[in-house]
Design a protein. Structure first.
Length: 298
């Protein structure tokens, strides 16, 4: 098998002359970075095709696969991000570009269902928007790596309902569900309510699903909440909080879990909930602090 090398020109290919010609075609690129990236891409693609002796039928199938991935993508679904996720590329790029200090919260995949302009809420609000699921109350703090509170941090939250679907997957749904944006208080605290996340399969009705089926890979993700936390002067954090004890921890289809991101979702019998209301059914609470590094400090 082909071994990785830092020198793309040293990678063996079936037609070295052809590969060299293509590499040289990017020498005059006005952007030095574009030339560097494209030469490496070409060299590794040619080495890959040579290594596996890629057939014309396999090449055509790959082109068809990528075409379908583009065609199924829209403003509610991004199949190419999903492909990057299941190949582990998303987590690799995140790890390289978002290193964190020992005390900061780890980053993970954004996933295909983030929406930039989600509705704004105040601390204490219910962001579920009618999403199905058991009630859950979320709280915690946004802190610096030094342990000081960060007031006014923007906190984007999004999660699936008890059917494992996000609001944008419902074509008939007009408003947001299980999605919102709030700000940390003066002491860095945040708190809101929604529903308990559940494990769910990634979208598998498209080409990425076909790939997983062909490879006999599981499509499940452990239950989790998505968070994106940002504040002036600090590195933006995109992460999850996973449900402790979930049977799919360690088997995430997109390789996004981290031990440090597993949170305790505590079940409570009916009674007075954190919002002061008496609940006649069981509810859950989850407390998790997000720690941000100073921008460009790592």
């Amino acid at each position: 098998m082909t071994m990785w090398t830092s020198d793309p020109a040293a990678l063996p290919t079936a037609d070295r002359t052809l590969t060299d010609r293509v590499l040289k075609s990017f020498d005059a690129a006005p952007s030095a970075r574009l030339g560097e990236v494209m030469r490496s891409l070409v060299a590794h693609l040619h080495a890959f095709a040579s290594d596996v002796r890629l057939t014309e039928e396999e090449w055509a199938a790959a082109v068809s696969f990528l075409t379908r991935a583009g065609q199924i993508s829209d403003d509610r679904r991004q199949e190419l991000i999903l492909l990057s996720d299941v190949l582990g590329l998303s987590m690799l790029v995140i790890g390289m570009n978002h290193p964190v200090s020992e005390t900061a919260t780890a980053s993970t995949v954004v996933g295909p269902f983030f929406v930039e302009d989600s509705p704004e809420f105040a601390n204490g609000d219910d962001i579920s928007g009618g999403a199905g699921g058991e009630p859950c109350f979320y709280s915690g703090r946004v802190l610096s790596a030094a342990g000081t509170p960060i007031p006014g941090a923007r906190i984007d939250v999004w999660h699936a309902d008890d059917e494992g679907n996000y609001d944008v997957q419902y074509a008939e749904l007009d408003g947001a569900q299980g999605r919102g944006r709030l700000r940390s208080a003066a002491d860095g605290r945040y708190w809101f309510s929604s529903v308990l996340p559940v494990p769910y399969p990634i979208p598998h009705d498209g080409p990425v699903g076909d790939l997983l089926t062909a490879a006999e890979r599981d499509s499940m993700r452990p239950a989790h909440m998505h968070f994106r936390v940002s504040a002036p002067g600090f590195a933006t954090l995109t992460t999850h909080v996973f449900v402790a004890g979930d049977p799919y921890l360690g088997f995430d289809a997109v390789f996004g879990e981290r031990d440090s991101l597993v949170g305790a979702f505590v079940r409570h019998d009916p009674g007075v909930a954190p919002d002061g209301r008496v609940r006649d059914a069981a509810f859950f609470t989850m407390e998790f602090d997000f720690v941000l590094d100073v921008a460009d400090s790592v």
